[in-house]
Write a protein that binds this ligand. Structure first.
Ligand code: USQ
Length: 383
């Protein structure tokens, strides 16, 4: 398959690119280093420095003999993106090219505006590049479980049948996000659904939960092939943060009461889900929505798990509730359906004690690189 990965330098984009290339697909990655620039500006650099994208692709080719084509460019530049789509002539495009941090999107007006313009602009340009140059191409878009928020009813997989005054109709499931970043994903979904309805695009929109981990068979080949691992308050997701905090001897930062429940998944399962989606496109004129996570945890449960495994390793992990910088329900109902990807063949890698121990051991090797000033929350959900 010819596959174009937008955001191919990111936490998920780079391992996805290597995975597809290893399996003999023709892979092009496209990225403008936005995430790298923001991490520098916000003092949120990842645990280990990253080689440039061409350097990583060269190292990958040296180690495996597999080629990844690299294009440095901005999805918000329509002409440039169109050219990349024309040249790659992809059968599938994976769209990760968004500003992915909820705290960054809430920091100030400029960061909010950048998030809105980048995320919507990238999706809009992608839609038009596909319409103009590859109308049969399957767009695989990374959405987020955060689009749904935490409603007091079961969360369906994308769609809900509404019965109203004796008549019924299927609609996109109601969405009410908790950050501007998550709201841009809601708007992306609406935009894609419009172009699917009217212009017959084919789209898979993956509602993904927070991802953890830094190990895949390809990343484990050579240290230069590792993906960005963030543990800071801006780009670090909660499991990666707690594991790093445990190693640094800093109390785990449970925000507020810690009853916030989300659906989580291992980075290996993100890649598996993308591969499963790519292998079975939904067909022209279809928007397929899949809820992408494998198991649910509250923040307190995650902290207890890290403590349990960390203490067994002799770490003496402390847990501390800090004032919640976000506006979110800290105790709530949460029951999302997630059968679509399992039906497509997903074989989950669960967060077992062994997986947790392996994550702790990996970070322990780099404990001297941890900067504990990046751990406490700096962004609050208020103006
Ligand atoms: N949390 C803590 N302590 C921390 C960090 C986070 O209690 O030190 C809590 C948060 O308040 C939240 C939960 O843990 O309730 C998850 O937070 P997160 O930072 O791991 O995830 P989030 O900001 O929601 O965003 C991440 C990714 C985003 C993706 C999303 C999936 O950064 O790109 O879309 O996970 S989801 O959360 O399902 O919307």
């Amino acid at each position: 398959m010819r596959i174009l990965i937008l955001g191919g330098d990111g936490y998920l984009g780079w391992p996805t690119a290597m995975h597809f290339a290893m399996r003999g697909h023709e892979v092009t990655v496209f990225d403008n280093y936005l995430r790298r620039r923001i991490t520098l500006q916000t003092d949120s650099e990842p645990l280990l420095p990253l080689p440039s994208l061409p350097e990583r692709a060269r190292r990958f080719e040296l180690e495996t003999g597999k080629h990844i084509n690299v294009v440095i460019g901005d999805c918000c530049d329509h002409e440039y993106l169109l050219k990349a789509v024309q040249e790659a002539s992809p059968e599938a495009i994976v769209h990760y090219a968004e500003q992915p941090s909820a705290p960054y999107s809430m920091a100030n007006r400029n960061s909010a505006r950048l998030t809105l313009e980048n995320n919507l602009g990238a999706t809009f340009n992608l839609i038009w590049a596909v319409l103009e140059a590859a109308p049969d191409c399957h767009i695989i878009k990374l959405g987020t479980m955060g689009e749904y928020g935490t409603p007091n009813i079961d969360i369906e997989e994308g769609w809900i049948d509404i019965n109203h005054k004796g008549r019924s109709q299927k609609f996109l499931y109601p969405r009410q996000a908790g950050s501007l970043y998550h709201t841009t994903k809601v708007l992306d979904t609406d935009l894609l659904w419009f172009y699917v309805r009217i212009y017959g695009l084919q789209v898979t929109d993956l509602m993904q939960g927070p991802v953890y981990g830094q190990s895949t068979p390809e990343m484990d080949i050579h240290p230069d092939l590792l993906t960005a691992f963030n543990y800071d308050d801006i780009f670090g997701t909660v499991v990666n943060r707690f594991v790093t905090q445990a190693i640094a001897g800093v109390p785990l930062t449970v925000y507020g009461k810690g009853g916030q429940t989300r659906g989580y998944l291992n980075i290996m399962d993100t890649i598996q889900c993308i591969e499963l989606a790519a292998a079975s496109p939904p067909g022209r004129g279809q928007l397929r929505v899949l809820n992408q996570f494998t198991e649910r945890f509250s923040v307190n449960q995650l902290a207890e798990r890290v403590k349990l495994v960390g203490d067994r390793m002799g770490l003496s992990v402390q847990i501390q509730s800090v004032e919640n910088p976000r506006k979110e329900a800290e105790e709530h109902y949460y029951n999302p359906v997630h059968s679509g990807l399992l039906d497509l063949g997903l074989k989950p890698h669960f967060l077992t004690d062994d997986v947790m121990a392996a994550m702790l051991e990996r970070i322990h090797q780099h404990r001297d690189a941890i900067d504990i000033r990046k751990i406490l929350p700096r962004v609050r959900w208020s103006s």
